[in-house]
Design a binder for this molecule. Structure first.
Ligand code: AHG
Ligand code: MN
Ligand code: MN
Length: 335
């Protein structure tokens, strides 16, 4: 059997299609290496005393878990010295992280959610890392927040790692979506699935139903129809799954279809949603579209949204195309 490691895959992609530049290849390899370290830290759990919370909060006002901080540090340290980045931004840091002056600078901007689903760490349920890569605007030497505020359609690469029963890396450089499985004995990621495709139709949905009373009318209508099943307007029974780690819920959708929703709700009327546009919604939307699915905020394609702040939030509907179009259509009809 031909065994293709991540390194070989990236080199062949670069040769065959010119799809990846040298520095981007280095970037992906460094992020993958950082994900291996995070995977290791997570899998050792209580043995190293790394479970539980810190006494600090992030910019979103969320209490940071020890592993949120550890994962953030691992990604910063791995990526600061290689010369491939102009700056980094993280869900766990108020401001962008400048590359220290002692290191060379590159042309890419890296954004990440170092640990997604961190409420699941202490109960031993799958968590992950999500990342997004943009180009630093030309002529900008010291990028600041403004230079990150590019629509998701400009991403050159996005991916996530899932730390579940196996550790997986799912990646796109704009040329389909591919999965790599961590071979712990060899220490390398091995290509295990090429060109993932999300079926256009599905019988599975994913939403935190405890927020139902706070949802807006179009979401009430849509979920009401899903619940009505066979005898309702959609004419079929649906199943529901909610892991509460976006990586795990999105990975299930990439594996067998489905629709994932985190709508805007009335709990915090000033906020357009819970999930973060630049660290969660944009990279996942890029991956989902590359796999033939769709991603909107109920009104517009997520990848077309122009961010106004680094930590901006957004409503998310993504996955099987026909279902995403249906719920997006219900928003338009309610206007
Ligand atoms: P994070 O751990 O990075 O803050 O993200 C958690 C997110 C996302 O992973 C998940 O889909 C959602 O929050 C879960 O929200 P609920 O707690 O409302 O279920
Ligand atoms: Mn997250
Ligand atoms: Mn997180």
């Amino acid at each position: 059997m031909r065994r293709v490691t991540l390194t070989r895959f990236l080199i062949e992609e670069q040769r065959a299609k010119g799809a990846i530049e040298g520095d981007l290849r280095l970037l992906v390899e460094v992020v993958a290496r950082a994900c291996k370290s995070i995977s290791n830290a997570i899998s050792r759990g209580s043995l190293t005393g790394s479970l539980g919370a810190t006494d600090s909060e992030n910019v979103q006002g969320e209490v940071q878990k020890k592993l949120d901080v550890i994962s953030n540090e691992i990604l910063l340290e791995a990526n600061e010295w290689g010369g491939h980045l102009a700056a980094m931004a993280s869900e766990e840091m108020d401001l962008p992280y400048a590359i220290p002056h002692r290191y060379p600078k590159g042309e890419y901007l890296l954004l990440f959610d170092p640990l997604d689903g961190s409420s699941n760490i202490d109960v031993n349920v799958a968590v992950g890392t999500i990342f997004s890569v943009l180009r630093c605007p030309e002529g900008v030497d010291e990028p600041d927040e403004r230079h990150f505020l590019q629509p998701g359609a400009r991403q050159v690469c996005a991916g996530y790692a899932v730390y579940g029963p196996t550790t997986l890396l799912v990646l796109t450089v704009g040329d389909g979506v591919h999965t790599f499985t961590l071979d712990r004995e060899l220490g390398s990621f091995v290509l295990t699935q090429e060109n993932l495709q999300i079926p256009a139709d599905t019988k599975e949905y994913s939403i935190n139903a405890s927020n139902q009373r706070h949802w807006e009318a179009p979401v009430q209508r849509y979920v009401g129809e899903l619940l009505a099943g066979k005898t309702g307007p959609l004419g079929k029974d649906y199943n529901m799954r909610w892991v509460a780690s976006m990586v795990a819920d999105v990975h299930r959708i990439l594996s067998r279809g489905g629709i994932f929703m985190y709508p805007r709700d009335a709990r915090e009327p000033g906020k357009p949603g819970k999930l973060r546009l630049m660290y969660e919604a944009n990279p996942m939307a890029f991956i989902v579209e590359q796999a033939g699915g769709a991603a909107t905020n109920g009104h517009q394609r997520i990848l077309d949204l122009v961010p106004t702040t680094l930590h901006e939030r957004v409503a998310v509907f993504l996955g099987s195309r026909n279902e995403v179009e249906r719920v997006t259509g219900y928003h338009a009809a309610a206007r």
